[in-house]
Write a protein that binds this ligand. Sequence first.
Ligand code: ZN
Length: 492
Amino acid sequence: MSQNADSNSFPAGRPVVFRNATVLTIDPSTGIVENGDVLVVNDRIAAVGQHLSAPDNVVEIDASGGILMPGMVDTHRHMWQTALRGFGADWTLTNYFQFYYLNWGKIFRPEDIYAGNLLSAIEAVDAGVTTTVDWSHGLQTVEYADAAVDALEAVPGRFVLAYGNLLGAPWQWTKAPEFADFIRRRIDGHGDRLGMQLAFDVTGDPAFPEKAAFEVAREYNLPVTTHAGVWGATNDNGIRLMYEHGFMTPSTIYVHAATLSQDSYQRIAATGGHASVSSESEQNAGQGYPPTWQLRRHNIPVSLSMDTSVWWSADLFSAMRSTLSADRAREHREAHRRNETVMLSHLRAEQVVTWATLGGASALGMDKLIGSITPGKKADLVLIKNDQSPVMFPLLHPYGHVVFQAGRGDVHTVMVDGKVVKHNHRLLGIDLNAARQAVAKTVEYARSRMGEQAWNESMNPAKAVVELIDNPYTYTKKEQAAQQGSAEASQD
Ligand SMILES: [Zn+2]
């Protein structure tokens, strides 16, 4: 391919072959293929191997020096919040709840949901996240949900709308006739690029009001995704109620699952559910310690997620790296408590790359369709290649390279459903300017609606005060004077 590819470089209907990559198939029967080719015909992976023969009209992508892997899958992202990217960088979970749940969630309009989703969807595809669960809990009415789906349909990625409303009661909004109508209009029969889940949290209220929402999920055959084991918000009571009423199923996704008892983890494992671990989120916001070190022992399958760009990045390189780091940090800490040294790491780079791809696909019940480079599966592929970067060689440990060396800037080519949507580091046929303008309007609106003072105070919460502890080795006059706040000390 030429350097200046555009959407016309990959005409519809022409097969595409990636040549000479280090192919991480994430298919246990194939593993890594060195100097590998992957042939895509229509929307499917047709063949994987070395020196593949290809049809005469094939379009070739030179993948030499690069790593070709399945598209990544994010199982929990509040896409609408991308409209305020980075706003909450210094938040705690309490700041977040105050901002969205108590004060400002209600001011967002359907066009703001559209703006955030549009930018987030483009960002996902650009970073090689070919499937994203839009944990969309800002849907105050069905009009908002229409806006959310309009944005997802405007971007050539694969999405699952996890329908939610943080300002409403799930046992009410799931019962509305317009909700059933929405499913018929926007989801049913729309193919495998747009799925749906129900997104709501279980408070642990002994009356279990969420029962009615679970029944709606069952009626429409929709998986439920729920923030579970979030310190101070959701706990073992929610899991117990779900279990006792028979609503824990293999399609249920437990987001964070960071502060649960052994009993709750065992209920999840026994009913076949999946976890969605957002390590960067758990470490910053305070839902609990990233739980992979616990989930491993309970044999609970893991998928990865980024949660929200109001705080964090939205690329799964960060998710893989922070997950691996958090898991190993915990292992060392637990061992040091016993006065022991960790001799072998449990969690390997290969495992987190698998969680970021096949793990996500399995959590969504889509592992027959996507998640590995296997002939017959849909062609959702990411080529990590950057000839201008000093980081792309030597390429010795490909899984480690993905996790600790590469970043989103190294995503060279992205294919979704057999269609090249990014090539040579440029998005193809995607209108980033439309997202830029829509988001600018939302920022302008939210800022003026909140007022300058609330805007600034929300973005910059008061700092916690550092309490210095006494230091017996403080003995110089200068240090003593500095502690007493003497101005003369600095003039020594
Ligand atoms: Zn979340």
